[in-house]
Write a protein that binds this ligand. Structure first.
Ligand code: URA
Length: 250
C-alpha cells in the first residue's frame, strides 16, 4: 500500500514553519499560495503542490528536506542546538533549527575553530559521515605557537601516536609544513579536539585552527559567516568519497 500523501500543514510543520496551531491559520488567512498566486488549502498535499511551487507570504520555502548546507564558520560560534552561547544557527535561516529532523552539524568544530562546516537533515548521510567507520579525510590549517621542529610529519604519519587518556592509537595523518609556524594536517577520524591534541602531542600549541576541506568539499570563495547549499554534483562527490574511504579500510 502506498503511503498517504503528505498534507501541506504537516509538511510546513516538519519544515519548522510552526506548530499545528500556528500553521493552520496560515492557510485560513491565504498566506500559503502556489507560485502563480492561487491560495492553497489545508487539504492540499505535497503530491499536487510540490515543494518548489509553494510560497508562504509570497516567499519560496526553505531548502527541501534532505538538503546539505555548507557554512563558513567564523570563530566564536558553537556547533550545538541548545547552548546559550552564540550558535552556528545564528547564521542560518532560523527555521532550520526547528525542523524535524533538525538540520544538524556534521561533526563539530570547536568554538574557536573557523572554516568548513556541513549541516544536514539527511539522517542516513549524517550517519555515514559521522560514523567512526567513515574515515573521510578532513584537512585543517593550523597556526602554531612555536616553530616547527621537523619531526612532526614522520611522527604524525606513524599510526602509533596515543593521545592523552586514550587507548587506541591515532590513524596515520598527513602533515604538510606551510611556514615556520604554519602547517596543514589531514586526518581521517573525528576525536575530541583531535588536531589541537595532536599538535600538543608533538610539543606544540595551536593558536588558530581552520578547516579547509572535508573530502572533496572545499569552501571555495564562500565568505566567512556565509552559507550555501551543496549542489547535487557536490553531494554525489561527497557520497563517492565516503564510499571510497570506507572501502579502503576493509
Ligand atoms: N580538531 C580540533 O582540535 N578542533 C576542531 O575544531 C576540529 C578538529
Amino acid at each position: 500500500m502506498s503511503p498517504a500523501p503528505l498534507l501541506l500543514p504537516k509538511y510546513l510543520m516538519l519544515l519548522g514553519y510552526g506548530t499545528r496551531r500556528e500553521v493552520e491559520p496560515m492557510f485560513a488567512f491565504g498566506r500559503v499560495t502556489s507560485a502563480d498566486g492561487a491560495t492553497l488549502r489545508e487539504t492540499d498535499t505535497l503530491a499536487t503542490s510540490p515543494h518548489d511551487l509553494i510560497r508562504v507570504d509570497g516567499q519560496p520555502l526553505d531548502a527541501p528536506p534532505g538538503s546539505v548546507f555548507l557554512l563558513h564558520k567564523p570563530a566564536g560560534l558553537v556547533c550545538s542546538t541548545s547552548d546559550a552561547a552564540p550558535l552556528v544557527y545564528d547564521l542560518l535561516p532560523p527555521r532550520l533549527r526547528l525542523r524535524s529532523p533538525v538540520v544538524a552539524p556534521v561533526g563539530r568544530l570547536d568554538k574557536d575553530t573557523t572554516g568548513l562546516l556541513l549541516l544536514t537533515d539527511d539522517g542516513p548521510l549524517l550517519h555515514r559521515l559521522t560514523s567512526p567507520k567513515s574515515h573521510l579525510p578532513k584537512r585543517y590549517r593550523a597556526t602554531l605557537a612555536s616553530p616547527l621542529q621537523g619531526h612532526e610529519a614522520a611522527r604524525l604519519a606513524e599510526g602509533t601516536l596515543l593521545l592523552d587518556g586514550e587507548r587506541t592509537p591515532l590513524r596515520p595523518a598527513i602533515f604538510e609544513p606551510l611556514g615556520e609556524r604554519e602547517a596543514a594536517l589531514t586526518i581521517s577520524e573525528g576525536r575530541y579536539h583531535q588536531v589541537r591534541r595532536m599538535f600538543a602531542a608533538v610539543g606544540n600549541h595551536v593558536v588558530a585552527l581552520h578547516r579547509e576541506a572535508m573530502g572533496p568539499i572545499t569552501l571555495g570563495s564562500l565568505a566567512e559567516g556565509a552559507w550555501r547549499l551543496l549542489s547535487d554534483d557536490e553531494r554525489e562527490q561527497l557520497d563517492e568519497a565516503v564510499r571510497v574511504a570506507r572501502a579502503a579500510q576493509r
